[in-house]
Write a protein that binds this ligand. Structure first.
Ligand SMILES: [Zn+2]
Length: 219
């Protein structure tokens, strides 16, 4: 009867065999499709199936967002925030109720886009800026927005700022047992955006983008 190390060895060998077979097939396919210019690096790229560029990249990395907001968004998109739902799943905490409303499990979707508090923050920001921000599908909405790179970047910056400040309020609610009113946070978000946007030279942007920036600065 085989030992567990034998079993591991068999699994390992079959895994290696599969990789070799896959490499051989990829070489054949490569030759057929792209001619004889085959290198190991090209074969590896072909094999690993890179897929499309992550859609969230354009939501996160652009000049309009404050770096700390981009970093929070980046962590969010990597599912690396220490949300209570995750901590409970790992056995670190016993309950996973949302730190703000305590009415639902604290998942990333709930905390940022379904929690009543967060929805009020986003709505208040939208009202102040005169931009309709649909809380339930905010990220998809932003990805569907057309317009210049500057315009979509500014819209992403608004969303990232909302997310960053909701996360901060979540932490103060959890660790300091206090939370500011949504309208107060909305004012803070807009003040932050205003400072950020005032740092850019408006002479270098298109009229349409300049109008958007000026409307945010004046709001
Ligand atoms: Zn909640």
């Amino acid at each position: 009867m085989g030992t567990s190390s034998d079993a591991i060895l068999i699994v390992h060998k079959s895994h290696v065999a599969r990789i070799i077979l896959k490499m051989f097939l990829s070489f054949r396919v490569w030759k057929k499709q792209k001619g004889l210019d085959y290198t190991v690096a090209k074969g590896y790229d072909y094999l690993r199936d890179r897929g499309d560029k992550f859609q969230w990249y354009e939501l996160v990395w652009h000049k309009w967002s404050t770096p700390k907001h981009s970093i929070l968004a980046w962590i969010y998109h990597h599912n690396s925030l220490n949300l209570k739902e995750k901590l409970q799943r790992l056995g670190i905490i016993e309950e996973d109720a949302c730190c703000i409303c305590r009415l639902a499990s604290e998942t990333k979707k709930h905390l940022f886009f379904r929690c009543e508090y967060s929805m009020k923050v986003i709505e208040a920001v939208g009202t102040r800026l005169n931009i309709r921000l649909p809380t339930h599908n905010l990220l998809l909405w932003r990805l569907s927005c057309s317009g210049s790179k500057n315009k979509t970047g500014i819209l992403s910056a608004i969303i990232n700022s909302c997310m960053y400040n909701i996360w901060r309020q979540r932490n103060t609610s959890r660790f300091e047992l206090q939370i500011l009113r949504p309208t107060k946070i909305a004012s803070f978000i807009i003040a932050e955006l205003r400072i950020r946007l005032m740092g850019f030279a408006l002479s270098k942007v298109r009229d349409e983008d300049r109008r958007l920036i000026e409307s945010i600065i004046r709001s």
